[in-house]
Design a protein around this ligand. Structure first.
Ligand code: ADP
Ligand code: TYD
Length: 230
């Protein structure tokens, strides 16, 4: 059977719950008889660029990695994995990306002076979607959670394959985390890349149940008229 998936990219700062929501959303959609693939980026163990990114995030690169170099590595990681992406899109009703193009746009633009941010954002989006012809998601979901709460969730994570650090080089930098949140808000507000839905992960000071957050995502998908999920 040939289908073309509805593509959802789950986005946000480090530790906001992207992995949790990606998997909970997949489980919820599968319970409604939809076929779903979840793909997370970077592909640390699968691509050459992913291997280089692992070194970078562990602070092991011998020379500084500029925002442009990082942008190319993250985009290359997806480009190397492009055939698998296209296969997943052809074989499923839904493809959920745990981070995608918008991560690169928001993070790398957070590393340049404010005056250069929008040029950087446009350059990165163009590199991924035009130069590398990566498929555009139908919906981006921004999970919004403040830096302090997200930082404490990162500490709760079990040991990760790509780093032995409790906080990798991005996670350890609170000012970067603040700037990338501003960038995500801007990108979502401008409907850059494609449509966005912005969801607050906490309410009245406590984390919301993942099933409640997933229900919000599903409502946004239904509003786009692409699928009747229930
Ligand atoms: N809504 C939530 N409620 C309770 N715990 C959560 C929630 N979202 C994430 N967590 C927990 O926080 C930690 C980080 O979540 P994770 O999904 O790995 O974040 P990310 O993928 O954004 O880095 C995990 O231990 C996860 O179980
Ligand atoms: C996929 C991607 C990730 N990143 C950053 C975000 C993270 O700080 C780091 C590692 O991503 P990831 O392994 O998803 O971290 P986490 O699970 O903690 O959110 O790489 C980019 O800057 N651009 C990208 O395109």
């Amino acid at each position: 059977m040939f289908v073309t998936a509805f593509i959802i990219a789950i986005e946000g700062g480090d530790g906001v719950g992207k992995n949790t929501i990606s998997n909970a959303l997949a489980a919820s959609l599968r319970s409604k008889s939809k076929s779903v693939a979840v793909i997370d980026f970077p592909r640390y163990g699968d691509t050459l660029a992913g291997g280089a990114l692992k070194q970078f995030l562990n602070g092991e690169t011998k020379r500084p990695v500029t925002a442009q170099v990082a942008a190319v590595l993250y985009a290359l990681d997806r480009f190397e994995y492009r055939d698998d992406i296209l296969k997943a899109i052809n074989e499923n009703d839904f493809v959920i990306f745990d981070r995608y193009v918008a991560s690169n746009v928001a993070y790398q633009a957070a590393k340049v002076p404010k005056a250069d941010r929008s040029t950087m954002m446009e350059w990165v989006a163009d590199l991924e979607l035009e130069t590398f012809s990566l498929p555009r998601p139908n919906l981006n979901v921004l999970l919004r959670l403040d830096v302090a709460a997200a930082r404490s969730l990162v500490s709760r994570k079990p040991k990760r394959d790509y780093t032995s650090l409790e906080h990798d080089v991005h996670e350890a930098d609170d000012t970067l985390q603040t700037r990338l949140r501003e960038n995500y808000e801007h990108i979502a507000d401008q409907a850059m890349i494609s449509r966005w839905t912005v969801i607050d992960v906490s309410r009245f000071g406590s984390l919301r149940n993942p099933s409640e957050i997933c229900a919000e995502v599903e409502r946004s998908v239904e509003e786009l008229g692409a699928f009747a999920i229930s």
